[in-house]
Design a protein around this ligand. Sequence first.
Ligand code: KIV
Ligand code: ZN
Length: 511
Amino acid sequence: MSDRLYIFDTTLRDGEQSPGASMTKDEKIRIAKQLERLGVDIIEAGFAAASPGDADAIRAVAEAVQESTICSLARANERDVRAAGEAIKPARSGRIHTFIATSPIHMEKKLRMHPDQVVEAAVAAVKLAGEYTDDIEFSAEDAVRSELDFLVRIFDAVIQAGAKTINVPDTVGYSIPALWGERMRELIAKVPNSDKVIWSTHCHNDLGMAVANSLAAVMGGARQVECTINGLGERAGNASLEEVVMAIRTRRDIFGLETRIDTTQIVPSSKLVSAITGYPVQPNKAVVGANAFSHESGIHQDGVLKHRETYEIMSAESVGWTHNKLTLGKLSGRNAFRTRLDELGILPDSEEALNAAFARFKDLADKKREIFDEDLRALVVEDHSHFDEERYKLVSLKAVSETGELPVAQLVINDNGAEKHVQAQGSGPVDATFKAIELVALSRADLQLYSVNAVTMGTDSQGEVTVRLARDGRVVNGQGADTDIIVASAKAYLSALNRLVDERERAHPQA
Ligand code: KIV
Ligand code: ZN
């Protein structure tokens, strides 16, 4: 059996199924390029048949990425497979991932299909996919609750039809590691020609065991793991890429496997995905959480100072933490700025976007003496490429809060070229600011999330704000960063509103 483990990232597909995480084409391209830099083997870029926007985004990712295989999901029917096949055409290496549910409950209640019809549809889909590519993956949705004999039958049939990767998903996050490892072992032992394909696993985190189950499947013989950055994904999410990869690397003594991942790109990838989707990373999250490498107890600190490995099983640097490295200051020029962005892997694509980012950097340097890598990330991560086309822009803001008085916010907002002056009171300055913005936007949107994170240490840190708004079944996230968190909040709210009114914005991919 091979000692290579393939990493299949589905942040742009399963990850995008998280509420409010739907991404624009440009955002997908930026994440895909970072995944390529990270060394991901296969990038599942979307679900082509879901909408023309999805298909277009997959095509654009396929054009932009050279080193990773680009994959589209497709249900086992002609329309989906053809849409996937067309979307991956520009890819240097393209894969079609077709799936159908195989558990009794899904076949009977959801598909309303007889098991024989399910096998027939799976075989037909795999054969049709063969018209577009040799790289075909088949998934048995809800394999965790499927009968072993039926899985053996359908996997045998799709391998004969041309499938090269067989994926065994725990769609509902129901398994436990010992059983999941055993299931993989049994399948590999019973399915004819199992040595001719790559076995894969795809685990959801409903019981918090997605990573443990994925690793158990690897011990049972799987050589591909499907995962997402920060564990993003449907409901409780998918297995987190960073945890799977670092477990395989740190416990090489147990697994004896290699991946192609450049682990120093893990933290930059995590930050990019978090900023674009608006999903913050919990501080105590393994590998990419802000506290993952900080030692509070005196005994631990003493131990680490004497010998790092007393309490650290991997180094912060190995996963890309730069320890708030002081990088640039007020006097730094455009070249130094460009070089550092390039080193961090966040250099904007166009000179125009670079110039705009440099102008924002100069503004920030006027307010904040020391600029860290984290500040630069916050600065360039917001997509300003469509700034000129955005409907709402913040011109100025004044917020007053005083003990015993209701806070008040006065704003000037540019609404499609017209400057509007508004004022509102609120329970706090942020509440007053949002109420004032609503006097212009009249959005009727429901505020579903408001969160603030300090980008770096210290009270002069930038605050990075995420706002999630919902209206008529659409959910969007907006971000804003500034040393003044009221201004950051206003920017985040306006950015969410701009997405709500933007024609380019895609609806929830599987709505
Ligand atoms: O969770 C799941 O079963 C899936 C399949 C489409 C692979 O996402
Ligand atoms: Zn899934």
